[in-house]
Design a binder for this molecule. Structure first.
Ligand SMILES: Nc1ncnc2c1ncn2[C@@H]1O[C@H](COP(=O)(O)OP(=O)(O)OP(=O)(O)O)[C@@H](O)[C@H]1O
Length: 223
């Protein structure tokens, strides 16, 4: 059974149509790379999956599916420690507090559990955001530009972390990014969005040659 069955989903902000007749099935065990220019609707689609948008059409979740998310910069409390922040979210989500030490270790923050959030770097915040997204062992995780704003080493580290999570847990993911190297190294399926539509979908193994060239062909001005 599909994790998500998205049927004819459209959504508008005021008079601007942001999603147009999206049909998409998300299957277990896959990582989907969501590609598209600024404003093409990637974040809106991810938020719609979370039920945060007033869309038309249907988004059906597999029964009991938990969906973790790292969308935009996640809100944490500066005065609380990393562990306390996760505990707060775990209580809100009603997930077991006992998994938090292991999760902090998994994202490389095991020795920073008692650090106040206000004293963290952006890279640590993204790690904490990934830990939060993994609370309660979700069957699907949505990552919206997870390396946005990070320096090259930070980008590499977060990419490696996501790969490790995928490898160890087998978690299905939808990852949106403008970084094609990142998408190429993470995703096994590619979804190309333009002006609110998914205009092309393909398996990553079908990409022969440079993903940048393919991106320009599919999404460039002349496309
Ligand atoms: N709250 C909002 N109110 C009005 N318009 C919005 C709102 N949020 C998004 N939009 C518009 O919806 C369109 C799609 O935005 P969205 O953030 O989903 O695109 P995106 O593909 O994620 O872009 P980016 O790559 O820049 O993050 C854009 O035209 C944007 O201006």
């Amino acid at each position: 059974m599909s994790l998500l069955d998205i049927r004819d989903v459209s959504m508008a902000h005021g008079r601007t149509r942001v999603l147009r007749n999206i049909d998409l099935r998300i299957e277990p065990g896959h990582v989907y790379g969501l590609l598209g220019p600024n404003g093409s609707g990637k974040t809106t689609l991810l938020k719609s999956i979370l039920g945060a948008n007033d869309h038309t059409g249907v988004i059906e979740r597999a029964p009991g599916l938990r969906v973790g998310r790292l969308i935009e910069y996640p809100a944490f409390y500066g005065g609380l420690t990393l562990r306390e922040n996760l505990e707060l979210h775990a209580r809100y989500l009603r997930t077991p507090l006992g998994e938090i030490p292991g999760l902090l270790a998994e994202v490389g923050l095991g020795d920073r559990a008692d650090l106040r959030f206000s004293r963290t770097s952006l890279g640590m915040r993204q790690r904490l955001g990934i830990a939060r997204a993994l609370l309660g062992e979700p069957g699907l995780v949505l990552l919206d530009e997870p390396t946005n704003g990070l320096d090259p080493i930070g980008i590499r580290d977060i990419r490696e972390l996501i790969r490790a999570v995928q490898r160890e847990r087998g978690t299905s993911m939808i990852v949106s990014s403008h970084n094609l190297t990142e998408i190429a190294s993470l995703a096994d399926h590619l979804l190309f969005m333009k002006a609110g539509r998914i205009i092309r979908r393909m398996a990553a193994r079908e990409v022969h040659g440079d993903l940048e060239d393919l991106y320009a062909t599919i999404l460039g001005d002349g496309a």
